[in-house]
Design a binder for this molecule. Structure first.
Ligand code: KG4
Ligand code: ZN
Length: 356
């Protein structure tokens, strides 16, 4: 029996097992992260090693530095995840790894590391889509949440409104026609001279600022639930450059607040439209948020207000599970294992892997 056949037989047996514990690794960007997750819902350990210090100097993630740093950190972070869970590798039931989307070198480091471990330990290997991982962070935060639900996915590289019809089954309803929300935040932060990653810095600054200081455009889009951030970004850039040319001191908090308000306003507006459409069809929608930008304070407040007003149940991921981590990969992996979606040793990194 070859490795994949043996893994399939094991995966079949695991479906009937009372508790399934998965060791997961995430290395798609600039976090080397590992976790042990039980039954897709319970975090036994969650270790995140951020490389921000290494990339800050360059104002963004340098792919080559990221790959090397992952390579150096992988073993240590996996060991730490196991020891914090009080387990050995042999005691885990399966392994999981992010195989896309992301930086090719960074992904390859993780994929190769886990292929080697899975083969050596004779465990099934579950290949996880990073964005599905973000959505699954909600399963860790809310044990009662089950599909179907609507989800606003807003990360550094993605912005989607989707329906999670079942575990691992997504239907796209809307998306960004240009930049991702996180990308827009990072670019605006760079214009204000804030260090990488800019999203959280803009968010913190904005708490002290006036959101009505700068009027930013509201894009007109064909897609009913689509969003666009490039017009907002360009208008913001032009305004800031104009002030700099006139030698004016930048009111950074007011600028940050204005930008944040324009981005979050658009996300909330499209979500409101979707929820109201569903209610008009007589449905009872359930809403969730996912991805790094779901840590944004204004976005969370707006979603809480909106869902409160419409009487819609809202699920927000725990703040530390919004940005990249291994726990979310372990949660997504559990449901894939139930469906028998495991990988053979030919598994490769897929930097442009699609979500929907
Ligand atoms: O989901 P994530 O960790 O990585 C990707 O899969 O892309 O998202 C990272 C993105 C970055 O663009 C970061 O600036 C943004 O999420 N982000 C935030 C906040 N925290 C992280 N953006 C706005 N407000 C925040 N509080
Ligand atoms: Zn991410």
């Amino acid at each position: 029996m070859n490795y994949l056949e043996a893994s399939r037989a094991q995966a079949e047996r695991l479906r009937g097992k009372e508790h399934v514990r998965i060791l997961a690794l995430e290395t798609s960007c600039d976090e080397t992260a590992a976790a042990v997750i039980q039954d897709g819902r319970k975090i036994l350990s969650n270790v995140v090693f951020s490389q921000i210090d290494l990339h800050e100097l360059y104002g963004g993630v340098v792919p080559e530095i990221a790959s090397r740093a992952h390579m150096e950190a992988c073993d240590r972070i996996l060991d730490e995840a196991l020891s914090r869970a009080g387990m050995t590798l042999e005691e885990t039931d399966a392994l999981a790894v992010t195989y896309g989307p992301g930086l090719v070198g960074a992904l390859l480091t993780g994929v190769n590391c886990m292929k080697g471990l899975a083969y050596a330990a004779g465990k099934p290997l579950i290949p996880v889509n990073h964005i599905e991982g973000h959505v699954s962070a909600n399963f860790l935060t809310h044990p009662e949440l089950e599909p179907p639900f609507l989800c606003l996915v807003v990360s550094g590289g993605h912005s989607h409104l989707v329906e999670v019809e079942d575990y691992g089954v997504y239907r796209q309803l809307g998306q960004t026609v240009d930049d991702a929300a996180g990308e827009a935040f990072d670019k605006a932060a760079r214009v204000l001279g804030l260090p990488y990653p800019g999203g959280p810095r803009i968010d913190a600054l904005a708490e002290e600022g006036n959101p009505d200081y700068l009027q930013l455009p509201r894009p007109k889009l064909e897609g009913r639930y689509d969003v666009s951030f490039s017009g907002i970004k360009t208008a913001f850039l032009n305004a800031v450059h104009g002030m700099e040319q006139r030698g004016e001191k930048l009111p950074k908090a007011d600028l940050a607040a204005s930008f944040r308000s324009a981005v979050c306003g658009q996300l909330a507006e499209k979500t409101e439209r979707l929820l109201k459409d569903r209610q008009a069809e007589g449905k009872k929608p359930v809403m969730a948020l996912a991805g790094g930008v779901s840590a944004n304070r204004e976005l969370r407040r707006r979603m809480e207000d909106l869902c409160g007003k419409l009487g819609v149940k809202l699920y927000l991921p725990r703040i530390d599970l919004c940005t990249d981590n291994g726990a979310m990969i372990g949660a997504a992996a559990y449901y894939q294992l139930q469906q028998g979606r495991i990988a053979g040793l030919e598994l490769n990194a897929e930097p442009a892997l699609r979500f929907v």
